[in-house]
Design a protein around this ligand. Sequence first.
Ligand code: NAD
Ligand code: GLY
Length: 382
Amino acid sequence: MRRLQIQLARDARTSEINIGDGLRRELGSYIRNDERLKPRRVGVISNRRVFALYGRDVMRSLKAAKFSAVEWLMPEGERYKSLRSLERLLTFLAEKSFERSDVVVALGGGVVGDLAGFSAAVYLRGIPLIQLPTSLLAQIDSSVGGKTAVNLPTGKNLVGAFHQPANVLIDVGTLNSLPQRELVAGFCEMTKQALIGSQSLFEQTVAYLRKSPFGARLRATDELEALIAAHCEFKASIVAGDERESTDRLDRSSRKVLNFGHTTAHALEAVTNYRVFRHGEAVGYGLLVAGEISRSLGLLQQEELVALREAVQLCGPLPTAGQLNLNRILRAVKHDKKSLGGEINWVLLEGIGRPKIVSGREINESLLRQSLQTVLKAPTRK
Ligand code: NAD
Ligand code: GLY
């Protein structure tokens, strides 16, 4: 028997994250100045709404830097994050004769980012990707960490690949045009990261939320830039330690902790056929349920639960959930696709900034039912 070891050049996969106001206008020079990238063509993948807002700036900057730039626009919506869209996008890249050294840019929210990212992962077995995220969720979460995917009719994100972007260009100026519900959803995901991140990330996030009244547009301030940078730093630290979300890791630094709030969120989305909640809104409820369970198991102090509830409240109104059937939600929780060996692992909290992965066997049905009931039937969420 012979055994060979392959040493991969780690630095070939280094990602950079740049955060600032107006970076979309500098895309061309970022690519030109990046020694790892030598494209002739740059494909900008976006949707009609986002491209109408920011496409002109992006294409101008690419042309000013002397790249041949082409755009491919998808319709808006999660249902277009599909194998059919992927095939269309790959066909477009092939018809435009994209080569291994050419670059794909994802300009949009997480839907565009996941589809464009997956196309870059598989086209010619992988070409360079730049993420230019424009939703809050995409800026603090989905553009960082290299997960890419499309949905199947049987479930979300079931086909995908890990493909790290060469660069993530976060233009906080694009958040100004984000619709209110998308902001609420992004704030909920931000609160998730803050709760599992650290006491200081939590305080920084809550301080920002307190100053951001519901209904106000996001302005590209230094404070917002610093907050987004702190969130990206936290997410990148988790990804650096467990890039592929190892199935056998259950420690508090494993990538699985990023699923905090997601067990309930996936169930709420599934029982409503993905029609009632933005994903982040469902995560808002998920944080509250995980908080209740953590408190009931004696992991979380009462004042920490109160702080968690306040943070979720500050994110903005969530769609009412009191009308949903608890039995259906309970069944959906048991079928969460993140289960392993048929078992659900819950991410709970044993303090702010201290996530703990707990086997579903330790959470009996009556505790789960009680926690769901407390959170979903609360009259104050809207
Ligand atoms: P989205 O991409 O659907 O964007 C939300 C809406 O906002 C869309 O209508 C979009 O057109 C619009 N929009 C985006 N930027 C805008 C702007 N600046 N101005 C005006 N409108 C704008 O949703 P999302 O919340 O950004 O992302 C959700 C997706 O991300 C899901 O598919 C989810 O599975 C995926 N996701 C991926 C990861 C990952 O690690 N890859 C992590 C979390 C979520
Ligand atoms: N959003 C979860 C992850 O990137 O792992």
